[in-house]
Design a protein. Structure first.
Ligand code: F0G
Length: 359
C-alpha cells in the first residue's frame, strides 16, 4: 500500500487559494482536515429524513476553528516583519494566538474579559507564554481597545478584522465540499463576532464561482438569546450567556454576516442557554461527541428547525462544532445530570454499583 502524503496544514494544502508565495515561511501546527461526522442517533430520534453532519473543529491543534485563521494571520505577520501580535478574545482566539506565536517565536498579547473565559482556554494562553491582560470589561470593550492599541503600538492585530483570518477560515467550506462532493443544502454555525459565518460563505462562493461545485448552502447563524444582536437588528451592550465564547454584542463582521445570510437565503435565530446546554449534553450522550457550549448552538438551532419543518426533510445539513468540550470542563460538570457513584474499594460494593445500573 502506498504511503499517504503527509498532511502539513491547510496553507500547504490550499496554497493556490491563499495569499502565499513559494518563499513564505509557513507557521503551522497541522490545523484543518477535521472530521465531518454523520450523526446517526439524533436524526433517528427526530424521526425525520435528514442527513446531519457535524464538522468537528474542536479537533484542531488548539481545540477550535480559530487555528485555521491563525496559521495564516501569524504566517503573514511574520512575513511582514512583525514581532508581536495582539487580540481581544473570549478565549479561543487567544489560545490560538498564543500557540501560533509560540511556534513562530514572537510575542502574543491577549486581552480577555476578567472571569468570563473558560478555564481550558486560560490555561492554553498561559502555557503558550502569552502576555495575558484581563480587562474589567467584556469582549466588545476589549476589541475596541485592541483597535486603539493597534494605532499606537507596533503590534499586528489578529482578530478577524485581520483579513487573513477569514481567508484561512474559508478552507473549512472547501473541505466540506470535497468530502460531500457538493455543498450541503444548509450550513448551521454559532455566531459571535460573525467572522466564521462570513468566512464559510466566502469559501462556498469561491468554489461556486470557480465551477468546483454548482450549489451553495443556505447559511444559518444561531446566537445565544442573551447575546443576539443579529436578531435584535442592533448592537447589544450587555451580552450575557453561559456560552462565553459567543458572549458578544458588537460583532465586527456585521455587514459580511448579513450579506451571507441574505445572499444565501438563510436566516439568523437565537437559542436559549437551556437549549444550548441540553443540546451539548445530547450530542455527548447520544453521539459520543463533546463540544463546548457555544458550538452546540449550531446543532440546537438545526434540531429545532428540522423539528418544525423550517428545514424540510430530504436535505443535507452541516453543523459546525467550533470548539472542543474540554475547553470548558466547569460548565460541563456543573450541568451533569448523571450522578457520580462513590463506593468503598471492594468487590461487593463496586459490583453492586454496576448491577444497579445495568440498563
Ligand atoms: N464558537 C466558538 C467556540 C468561538 O470561540 C467563537 C468565537 C464562535 C463560535 C463564534 O465565531 O466570532 O466567528 O462568529 N470566539 C472568539 C474568540 C470571539 O475570541 O475566541 P465568530
Amino acid at each position: 500500500m502506498p504511503f499517504r502524503e503527509r498532511y502539513t496544514g491547510l496553507i500547504n494544502k490550499y496554497r493556490d487559494r491563499l495569499p502565499i508565495s513559494d518563499d513564505t515561511r509557513v507557521i503551522s501546527l497541522g490545523e484543518g482536515n477535521t472530521p465531518l461526522i454523520r450523526l446517526n442517533n439524533i436524526p433517528r430520534m427526530l424521526e425525520k429524513n435528514v442527513d446531519i453532519y457535524v464538522k468537528y473543529e474542536g479537533l484542531n491543534p488548539t481545540g477550535s476553528f480559530k487555528d485555521r485563521g491563525m496559521t495564516l494571520a501569524v504566517t503573514k505577520a511574520v512575513e511582514e516583519g512583525s514581532n508581536a501580535i495582539i487580540c481581544a478574545s473570549t478565549g479561543n482566539t487567544s489560545a490560538a494566538a498564543a500557540a501560533y506565536a509560540a511556534r513562530a517565536g514572537i510575542t502574543a498579547f491577549v486581552l480577555i474579559p476578567d472571569g468570563k473565559i473558560a478555564m481550558g482556554k486560560l490555561a492554553q494562553a498561559i502555557m503558550h507564554g502569552a502576555v495575558v491582560v484581563q480587562i474589567k470589561g467584556n469582549f466588545d470593550e476589549g476589541m475596541q481597545l485592541v483597535k486603539e492599541i493597534g494605532k499606537e503600538v507596533p503590534v499586528t492585530i489578529v482578530n478577524s478584522i485581520n483579513p487573513y483570518r477569514l481567508q484561512g477560515q474559508k478552507t473549512a467550506a472547501f473541505e466540506i465540499v470535497e468530502e460531500l462532493e457538493c455543498a450541503p443544502d444548509y450550513h448551521c454555525l454559532p455566531v459571535g463576532n460573525a467572522g466564521n459565518i462570513s468566512a464559510h460563505w466566502m469559501g462556498y462562493c469561491e468554489y461556486f464561482e470557480h465551477g468546483i461545485v454548482n450549489n451553495r448552502p443556505k447559511m444559518l447563524g444561531y446566537q445565544a438569546a442573551g447575546a443576539a444582536p443579529f436578531l435584535r437588528k442592533e448592537m447589544v451592550d450587555n451580552p450575557e450567556t453561559v456560552a462565553t465564547a459567543i458572549r458578544i454584542g458588537h460583532p465586527q463582521s456585521w455587514d459580511k454576516a448579513w450579506n451571507a445570510q441574505t445572499d444565501s437565503n438563510g436566516w439568523f435565530d437565537e437559542c436559549s442557554d437551556e437549549l444550548i446546554l441540553e443540546t451539548q449534553a445530547l450530542l455527548a450522550k447520544r453521539e459520543g461527541i463533546f463540544c463546548e457550549p457555544a458550538s452546540a448552538a449550531s446543532l440546537a438551532g438545526c434540531i429545532r428547525d428540522v423539528k418544525s419543518g423550517k428545514i424540510p426533510e430530504g436535505n443535507k445539513i452541516v453543523c459546525t462544532l467550533t470548539g472542543h468540550g474540554l475547553k470548558d470542563p466547569d460548565t460541563a460538570i456543573r450541568q451533569a445530570s448523571t450522578e457520580i457513584l462513590t463506593v468503598n474499594a471492594n468487590l461487593a460494593e463496586v459490583k453492586k454499583a454496576i448491577m444497579n445500573n445495568m440498563g
